[in-house]
Design a protein around this ligand. Structure first.
Ligand code: PBG
Length: 328
């Protein structure tokens, strides 16, 4: 008789919420999260971003306020993106000591200091008139090695302003090594590098580009420097190269479409792995939930948990504040 029934009964361990908690393989925590924040030069009031519900372009004052609240909620880190008042060919706002992110970092250092990890995205696309992540050569292509010089200047400006972590996101070859050398030479041995190592030329960055007022000139794209989404093995080369060059944390971006990459990198390396749940991933949940097609809280939790389950230790997400307020 008994033979007709299954011997193994996984449902025993699903019998109550307490039992499910007890046997859960991963537990998402506020401590895993980094909040991406935007600060815009020359505005007097924080501006909503229509494609990124609940996220603002901050003034310096509203940024300080937001960061203090995040610190009180237990969010361990923020990553800053700047929207300058003026853009130019080389993106000088990225390394100007009076550039918006540098000023913001100085103020946040005063406010929260080491209570929080202050990260700065290190790229020039927010600051260039053409919207590319580097300087252009005479053919209009991004010049890798000239761009590295600018990234080094930006890293030093961010470190001087008080960044604990710089996060190069431009996908230039050799960017981690160049930045590590520049930081060490200037005595910033303790400033860490979180490398956007495997960053794909994704269609999921649209709302972010609204947030930083970036349009790539002439209908261009980033396929000449960001990764082709058909490639997974290539990510391992990028990650290993970044670690060899001194990356302290490696990042995979976007998150959900690249869970395979996160899990294979996890199996291979021992440095902390970050994943960026990007603007388009967030916006899809917000839009579908607004139509009552999916349940916002369930799907947000399901997706962030999946990213952790795949192997990410750190998740950059626009849900950081929501998670800290509701799920801690
Ligand atoms: C480049 C950068 C981008 C994002 C983070 N850093 C945009 C891009 O590569 O075009 C996107 C993040 C998001 O979509 O949430 N500085």
């Amino acid at each position: 008789m008994g033979m007709a029934f299954p011997q193994s009964r996984p449902r025993r361990l699903r019998s109550s919420s307490a039992m499910r908690d007890l046997v859960a393989e991963v537990q998402l925590s506020t401590k895993d999260l980094v909040a991406p924040l935007f600060v815009r030069e020359g505005i007097t009031e924080a501006q909503p971003i229509s494609s990124l519900e609940g996220v603002m372009q901050h003034t310096l004052a509203s940024l300080r306020n937001e960061v203090k609240q995040l610190a009180d909620l237990g969010v361990p880190a923020v990553i800053l993106f700047g929207v300058p008042a003026k853009k130019d060919e080389v993106g000088s706002g990225a390394f100007d000591p009076n550039g918006i992110v540098q000023v913001a970092l100085e103020q946040l250092q005063e406010d929260v200091g080491d209570r929080m990890v202050l990260m700065a995205d290190l790229c020039v696309d927010e600051y260039t008139s053409h919207g590319h992540c580097g300087v252009l050569d005479k053919n209009g292509d991004v010049d890798n090695d000239k761009t590295l010089e600018i990234y080094c200047k930006a890293a030093l400006a961010q470190a001087r302003a008080g960044a604990h972590v710089v996060a190069p996101s431009g996908m230039m070859d050799g960017q981690v090594g160049a930045i590590r050398h520049a930081l060490d030479t200037a005595g910033f041995n303790n400033v860490a590098i979180m490398a956007y190592s495997a960053k794909y030329a994704s269609g999921l960055y649209g709302p972010f580009r609204d947030a930083v007022d970036v349009q790539i000139a002439d209908g261009g794209n980033r396929k000449g420097y960001q990764q082709d989404w058909r490639n997974a093995r290539e990510s391992m080369r990028e990650v290993l190269a970044d670690i060899e060059q001194g990356a302290d944390i490696v990042m995979i971006k976007p998150a959900l479409s690249y869970l395979d990459v996160i899990s294979s990198v996890r199996a291979r390396v021992d440095v902390p792995i970050a994943a960026y749940h990007v603007s388009g991933e967030y916006a899809m949940i917000k839009a579908a939930a607004a139509n009552d097609w999916i349940d916002h809280d369930t799907v947000a939790l399901e997706q962030l948990t999946a990213v952790k389950r795949a192997g990410a230790d750190i998740i950059l997400t626009y849900f950081a504040r929501w998670f800290a307020e509701n799920n801690r």
